[in-house]
Design a protein around this ligand. Sequence first.
Ligand SMILES: [Ca+2]
Length: 525
Amino acid sequence: MKKPPSVLLLTAMLVSMLALPTGALADKPRLTVAGEADQAMPEGYGTVEENQWIDWIRENGPADIEVIAISEDNDLERYSMLMASGTAPDIIYSGDPVTMNTLINQRLLMPLDDVIDKYSVEYKARLEKYPFLRDLGSVNGKLYLLGAPSPAIMPEQVRFIRVDWLEKLGLSMPTTVEEYLEVARAFAKNDPDGNGLDDTYGTNLSGKGSVMIDWMFGDARWFIRDGKMVMDLTPAMQASMFKKALFDEGIVDRDYLIDNKGSKAQQDWVNGKLGIFQTNRSVTPSAFNIYKTLMANCPEAKVAVLPNLKGPNGTFSMDTYNPIDFEVAVNAACKDPKLAIEFIDFMIRDDTQMTLTQGIEGVHYTLNENGAPVAINPETIDDEMAGAIVFLETIDVGDKVINYLDPEKPLEKSYIDILHDVDHLVRKDQPIPLFTFACLYPVMPNNINMIYANTMDRIDDTWVNFIVQGKMEDAEKVLEQCRQMWESANGRKVEEWYDNWYQANKDTYMFTEDVYDAFGAPYEK
Ligand SMILES: [Ca+2]
């Protein structure tokens, strides 16, 4: 039995309370660190603030840390409150760029250029390797935000298709959005599973289905055209007409709006009742489990990856994992910036990240012949790792899954082949439809964002209404309504702000093409 580190910690705390700092831990300076309040801690594994991994960080890192749990939902509010009372953590964590930018504008975060220059080893090396991290993490020429780049742009979303159904119905693999509709229609109507019942769906609008269709029609809303940033609502109409056809003809489950997470669609897929599954579960271990379940239920199934489809506005890469995340900063009130950056350096070291994501070698995992960690107790590993603080992690999701699979086993080999095809969904010759990757979108000031977010919500609702209860021939009329909504909500102001931003940044910003250049698509490596 491994001795729980918390006993060691308790001893150390007692020792320090008695003012007899003899252990190494008691000598370490204190640092407060934001933790994720939202993670559910399994019983018996401590809390977000106190658990075996926090103890491990205290023992192995440069600081005696105290974790302050912050919920993602209202983190700006909470940080503002804590900062006002001088009790906010030294290390700030947020996945929300609006939170980070607001704190920067209120001068509540620390510029880190000098601190990194003087004291950092690891993050300094990261900045040298990825110089764009400095530009993108800076506001008004000062570096505030620390980021993690991925080794490549990794595809996240995918369309799986039942090739055995194509064969049975004498159809070929769709290559355009029109062919996609035809095939999905046949999958829903022509009894591809041969049981004589009308019990199959062509594809799914639930879960990621709806946004994946927007994407397929290039509905990016913002477009760079003739040297200007412009808003265009037309692709949303094209996508909505396509969705309406799927809905009206019963090619999709008409209850898609209540299957928000797509779990019903996933059930249909693994039960052999869905022909084209639009999902973001492609390269993670859970995706392989879904595949395994389908193959157990329907051993005759043959699954392939649907290539990117040509639509009226082009052919686009599938949506990806964020190639860069900026999620860590230092509180302007931090009294020991040197310690803060040393702590961050410790946290981003490869060996630290390995421990905090996979556990301790020999206890939680062993390495397979690819050098990939394999959990010793797969059933309990998630519980074991709960509460570990992991940030600025550089991950290569796809490779990781491939490394878990054994090419000697036919089922796993077939998923390795599928993963290779998934890699081809992200490609420079078919760039994503956005002018830059979503994680790099400029943050609008509050008053502008308010107009934008509220109006877009209303426009989205209008299209949903059109899909479920409108008339197809009214599509142009609905588009005109949406345009008027945008006009009367003062949308011009948003367009003005966006174009000003574009004119000021067009020569230096990282646009879609630059991201492809910097990271490369996975199969181009
Ligand atoms: Ca059937």
